[in-house]
Write a protein that binds this ligand. Structure first.
Ligand code: NAP
Length: 291
């Protein structure tokens, strides 16, 4: 049971966490803080939070758990403000999509609170944002990555693990470096590619003609280009060293395929497409492709 939960950034992720904990009966009071009055009012009306606060010190006083659910570039100023007003027993966690940057901000601003700063990242989301997009089942059966610090108190890690398990999530732990490398490859690069393709098509002279014929394949490939630009700007910048390496690796793959086209090498192309299709089917089903 969490007696007092403070969510800073009551959007899709912060709001869904609040709803899931409330539905599970695992929290007594939920206080929201954020940027715009409209979003906090919506969160209150939707029953996501019990009340909102404008003063951070008042909001976090005596809190059991404070969850940072703002875009990753807003984590630093938020942690800087938090440093002066945390109660010693309060556990702070975050849901940021990148971990090395958030941890470095926590080390900078909460050096005396690192035993109770537990970095996390739920692997669940949607292209929608804000409190109105939140729903209680978002984390059911989904992974949450916790990247504990050497300074973390075991009991605080257990409490955050239990919080996510209460929401139906499966909690895994790994290092922040490993986390950022994995998600650069399977999340950040695909988002960048999707935004890039739409941008490329949208600014061609015959863009409307192209869009008028775009069908299911284009829709599927570009679904994630509907994601929040501010959030993805922050994620890409925060993980830019690893993401640049991933772009280079992908570029090599494109060059390889380009070479096959230049050589009119259908056999090699078909081999690559076949490997990719099998690998995707195995990923989707969790077992070798039967086709
Ligand atoms: P979101 O729906 O846009 O929610 C973010 C909330 O933070 C908004 O309510 C926003 O307020 C508030 N906010 C923005 N800047 C702020 C600031 N400077 N100070 C205080 N509040 C601020 O975004 P989200 O999808 O929930 O993402 C939140 C975090 O979760 C991000 O760190 C993201 O990397 C991470 N995450 C996202 C996903 C995903 O797929 N969406 C998945 C896993 C993790 P306003 O509404 O008033 O602008």
């Amino acid at each position: 049971m969490i007696n007092k939960l403070v969510i800073i950034g009551v959007g899709l992720i912060g709001g869904s966490l609040a709803l899931a904990l409330r539905q599970a009966g695992a929290v007594k009071e939920i206080i929201g803080l954020g940027r715009s009055r409209e979003n906090l009012d919506a969160a209150r009306t939707l029953g996501i939070i019990d009340r909102s606060e404008t003063d951070l010190a008042t909001a976090v006083k005596g809190a059991d758990v404070v969850v940072l659910a703002v875009p990753v570039a807003a984590m630093q100023p938020t942690l800087a403000q938090l440093s002066a007003c945390l109660s010693p027993h309060t556990i702070v966690t975050d849901v940021g999509s990148t971990k090395r940057d958030v941890i470095s901000y926590a080390r900078q601003h909460l050096p005396n609170h690192l035993a109770r700063f537990i970095p996390g990242h739920p692997i669940a989301g949607a292209e929608k944002s804000g409190a109105a997009a939140a729903f209680a089942d978002l984390f059911q059966g989904r992974n949450v990555i916790v990247t504990p610090l050497p300074e973390n108190e075991a009991q605080a890690v257990s409490r955050i693990t239990a919080m996510w398990q209460t929401c139906g999530a499966i909690v895994n732990t790994m290092s922040a470096q490993q986390h950022d490398e994995i998600f650069a490859a399977v999340s950040h690069l695909p988002h960048l590619l999707s935004f890039a393709l739409v941008e490329d098509i949208a600014f061609r002279a015959n863009a409307s003609e192209l869009f008028s014929y775009a069908a299911g394949g284009f829709r599927d490939f570009t679904r994630i280009a509907g994601s929040h630009p501010e959030m993805w700007r922050d994620i890409c910048l925060a993980n830019r060293d690893v993401l640049i390496r991933e772009i280079d690796t992908y570029q090599s793959q494109l060059n390889r395929l380009r070479g096959m086209l230049e050589q009119n090498d259908g056999k090699s192309l078909e081999e690559v497409f076949g490997h990719a299709r099998t690998a995707r089917a195995e990923w989707l089903t969790g077992k070798p492709d039967s086709q």
